[in-house]
Design a protein around this ligand. Structure first.
Ligand code: NAD
Ligand code: MG
Length: 394
């Protein structure tokens, strides 16, 4: 029997992190945690390190990392690493075979690039890094021969539907979207949305940022851009359909008109396990669909007037250059401001739109150029927030 695959999990204390731990716990003969990383919750990291016998732990926050080191609560022999450098160090450990970036936002960009340079495979949850730097990430992967395994459920579905097919035969990708809690809201009702309302998703149990992004459909916009890079297709060949049940996770339409789909319940362990064990399959963690029960599947086109974030993401994807990174940066700033009660719900797309209008788009020459553009987009979005976008809708 071969030895278990050695995994590095960045973002072990989050929603994807927890589900990844459930998959690892189910398959101790096939999967082993070599390293975990988080931002601040060191007690949780210490518990995971004890439970899974993890030899390497990275903590982003330096002060918290020092506190964790002094605590004596990590198992003897566990090595602690601090800061972004620490996250990079665990991502390039000689023994590491697969790195799972599952940190919210773009912080895992550098650790992921470092892992790719060393030929590690990636099971990607952190879609934002492709939205910011898809060209550089995918080029680095193809240079080193690393595999980019899509962990996001829609992209994982597409990846499964592409197995054994020829890329030239692909006509379109069809991303499914739940439409979030406000899919049946009128424009007037949208203006009354509070953060408490936006933080409740009807189908999925996820971290707070992605839950709000799902309600505005900015998440589907990010996923459209993510798909553009993962599958190397232009954004005008990637469609979105609203599928309220979140059972069909996405589809691939071939040139002959046949459409392949992947189905399972809206639980992340299915996609996570597929990437961790790929190309093997084994019994799953959660129960699958039961066709002895009534199952209705609906599909309808999204309304881009109701969900301007989707339109803005598509426009950014078609524009290319630094526009997709600016879309992501402005969305992050706007969501933060909304959660802090500084702007209203309908201001989220306004901040994004006005930021995209203010940047000067260009093709970035290198990563530093791209990161400078990201910082500039964040600055502009912050200004739009501070200027009090009017009308502020509370
Ligand atoms: P979450 O908020 O539940 O967890 C975020 C994790 O990131 C935590 O472990 C936190 O410690 C870690 N983190 C944040 N900042 C960090 C830093 N500076 N350094 C180190 N670690 C840091 O988020 P989530 O819902 O698990 O989402 C994580 C990523 O996965 C996001 O990119 C999201 O878009 C993507 N994703 C999530 C889901 C889902 O079902 N939750 C589905 C698809 C994709
Ligand atoms: Mg998704």
């Amino acid at each position: 029997m071969s030895s278990p695959k050695k995994i590095v999990l960045l973002g072990a204390t989050g929603s994807i992190g927890e589900n990844t731990l459930r998959v690892v716990a189910k398959h101790p003969d096939k999967l082993e945690l070599l390293a975990i990383a988080g931002r601040r919750r060191w007690r949780d990291l210490a518990r995971i390190a004890r439970e899974f016998n993890v030899p390497h732990v990275a903590i982003y926050d330096e002060a918290v990392c020092a506190e964790a080191r002094a605590s004596g609560e990590f198992p003897a022999g566990t090595k602690l690493y601090c800061g972004l450098e620490g996250l990079i160090a665990v991502s390039v450990l000689g023994e590491a075979q697969l790195v799972v970036p599952a940190i919210v936002g773009t912080l895992s960009l550098k650790p992921t690039l470092a892992a790719l340079e060393k030929g590690k495979d990636i099971a990607l949850a952190s879609k934002e890094i492709l939205v910011l730097a898809g060209k550089f990430v995918m080029e680095t992967a193809s240079r080193s021969g690393s595999r980019m395994l899509p962990l996001d459920s829609e992209h994982n579905a597409i990846f499964q539907c592409l197995q054994g097919e020829r890329k030239v035969d692909v006509d379109r990708l069809i991303l499914t979207a739940s439409g979030g809690p406000f899919r049946d809201f009128s424009r007037e009702q949208m203006a009354t949305v509070t953060k408490e309302m936006a933080l409740k998703h009807p189908n999925w149990d996820m971290g707070p940022k992605i839950t709000i992004d799902s309600s505005t459909m900015a998440n589907k916009g990010l996923e459209l851009i993510e798909a553009r890079w993962l599958f190397d297709l232009p954004a005008d060949r990637i469609d979105v359909t609203i599928h309220p049940q979140s059972i069909v996770h996405s589809m691939v339409q071939y040139v002959d008109g046949s459409i392949l789909a992947q189905l399972c319940p809206p639980v992340m362990t299915f996609a996570i396990q597929h990437t961790l064990l790929y190309p093997e399959r084994a019994a799953g963690v959660d129960a699958t669909l039961d066709f002895s029960q009534l199952l209705n599947l609906e599909f309808r086109p999204p309304d881009e007037v109701q969900f301007p974030c989707l339109r803005l993401a598509r426009e950014a994807a078609l524009a290319g250059g630094i526009a997709t990174g600016a879309f992501n940066a402005a969305n992050e700033i706007a969501v933060e401001a909304f959660v802090a009660d500084r702007i209203g719900y309908l201001d989220i797309p306004r901040v994004i739109e006005r930021t995209l209008e203010s940047i000067s788009n260009h093709d970035p020459d290198n990563l530093d150029d791209l990161l400078a553009a990201d910082a500039e987009a964040r600055r502009i979005a912050g200004e739009k927030v501070a200027a009090g976008l009017t009308p502020i809708t509370k």
